[in-house]
Design a protein around this ligand. Structure first.
Ligand code: SDX
Length: 426
């Protein structure tokens, strides 16, 4: 506990208010303003631009340097040497698993991949052209209807089981969304496939032929899941924490995270990037769209560019671009016109004063859509893929909060409405 203090002097007040200054293991110090309400003040920080909402040990981001650590391990090293399930274990438990721990965790996930047969009935109620995120918000939130056996959030074993169930079942539900949209039968998960092989199996195989999955595409899928696994207190993770602070069940919390992620300013950006590349359609039109992105009177923004925290390259975007090269090369579509436009767009934007001055760089969403489309995943499924990858991060933050003393989240406001007035007499 540091004994540093910030002194707040307010007009008219004789004595400055002492506010404790707390230090983390990495990153800026924080000013603890919890005592301000007792002094008759709130802090004001719309968009939480300068607010640390909690203490956490899961992920650290240095936006200026483009650093992303999961439990201390750099994202590029995890992408190269780890895999998605091992990273899930790391986020949940704080340490990399031993060989036996990894085998136990992998088996636990493997044997929770099926969903209750009644869940299949849910899909009959959705139109075939429903956005898959609309289905995921509904079906994930409804999972708590099936698991009365482990909903005591004060029980660590129940929290662990819910975490494993969610990590295991979300790929199955995601693939069901896709199959529903194309009128094909759902594919059951297989216990002889790896996590990412299983996802591609459930997405693209049919009962009519022998189940096969490209190991190269499965590896690319696994790294894409890993790159999305967690990202500190982003909008959807903060939503999960706020929902969790009311004591609701973890399935409802993850459903609220999926709902928040859907927005185009957040996880919906990967789908928006692809739509943008299609709209640009030719390299000759890139300058036109760059000009629109800079025009304050035009709502158009360069999707996949900019970030609230990164004012340098998003380290995930660098890995994603490398995978993009490899997957397109492997598929023999290295001259993919969208990829060519994306590379040129990135080069032009990074040399443009507007983007340099505002420190706008490609983020995780800029290249992911090109790879996902090359794998054969429709753009409507891109944010579902993001929510699949982000589930271990959401549930790790939920568990970190619930496993320690916490309070219900209840922000206040700067009230600008009417002062008290009487109801007009008739
Ligand atoms: C994700 O928070 C996370 O960690 C999120 C995420 C995760 O893993 O959870 O990393 C995932 O959400 C990545 C971001 C995906 N979104 C997009 O790619 C959408 C396009 N990006 C922008 O909407 C924007 O950059 C945000 C929302 C990402 C960040 O916005 P901020 O931090 O609120 O910044 P801002 O809007 O105040 O922008 C600062 C300036 C403004 O110009 P000025 O008013 O100073 O003149 O930069 C401009 C903005 O107009 N700007 C852009 C721009 N992004 C910001 N101008 C053109 N194109 C853009 N993409």
């Amino acid at each position: 506990m540091s004994n540093k203090v910030a002194k707040l002097t307010l007009d008219g007040s004789a004595e400055p208010i002492d506010l404790p200054v707390l230090s983390g293991t990495l990153g800026p110090d924080v000013v603890d303003v919890g005592g301000l309400t007792a002094k008759g003040y709130f802090t004001y920080d719309p968009g939480f631009m300068s607010t640390a909402a909690c203490e956490s040990a899961i992920t650290y981001i240095d936006g200026g340097k483009g650093v992303l650590l999961h439990r201390g391990y750099p994202i590029d090293q995890l992408a190269e040497h780890s895999d998605f399930l091992e990273t899930c274990f790391l986020l949940l438990n704080g340490e990399l698993p031993s060989t036996s721990e990894k085998e136990e965790f992998t088996n636990s996930i493997r044997y929770h991949t099926m969903v209750h047969e009644q869940v299949y009935e849910f899909f009959k109620g959705f139109p075939r052209d429903a956005h898959p995120m609309a289905i995921m918000v509904g079906v994930v939130g409804a999972l708590s209807a099936f698991y009365h056996d482990a909903l005591d959030i004060t029980n660590a074993e129940h929290r662990k089981l819910a975490a494993h169930r969610l990590i295991a079942k979300i790929p199955t539900l995601a693939a069901m969304c896709y199959k529903h949209s194309i009128g094909q039968p759902f594919m059951y998960p297989r216990n002889d496939f790896s996590y990412s092989e299983n996802f591609l199996h459930m997405m693209f195989n049919t009962p009519c032929e022998e189940a096969k999955v490209s190991p190269i595409l499965a590896k690319a899928m696994d790294v894409i899941f890993l790159l999305h696994a967690d990202h500190e207190q982003n909008a959807s993770t903060s939503t999960v924490r706020l929902a969790g602070s009311t004591g609701t069940n973890p399935y409802a919390c993850i459903s609220s995270g999926i709902a928040a992620l859907w927005g185009p300013a957040h996880g919906g950006a990967n789908e928006a990037v692809l739509n943008m590349l299609y709209e640009i359609e030719d390299e000759s039109r890139i300058e036109e769209f760059i000009a629109r992105a800079k025009d304050k009177n035009d709502p158009f923004r360069l999707m996949g560019f900019g970030h609230r925290v990164y004012k340098n390259f998003d380290p995930r975007a660098k890995v994603m671009r490398k995978i993009c090269d490899e997957v397109l090369d492997d598929l023999g579509v290295e001259n993919d016109p969208l990829f060519r436009i994306a590379r040129r767009l990135e080069k032009i934007a990074l040399e443009d004063e507007y983007f340099i001055e505002r420190k706008l760089y490609p983020n995780v969403d800029f290249y992911s859509g090109i790879i996902l489309q090359a794998i054969g995943i429709p753009s409507s499924m891109f944010t579902v893929i993001f929510s699949l990858g982000r589930t271990p991060g959401w549930i790790s933050h939920w568990n970190e909060m619930i496993s320690q003393p916490y309070k219900i989240g209840r922000p206040r406001q700067l009230y600008k409405g009417s002062t008290q007035r009487d109801y007009p007499k008739k």
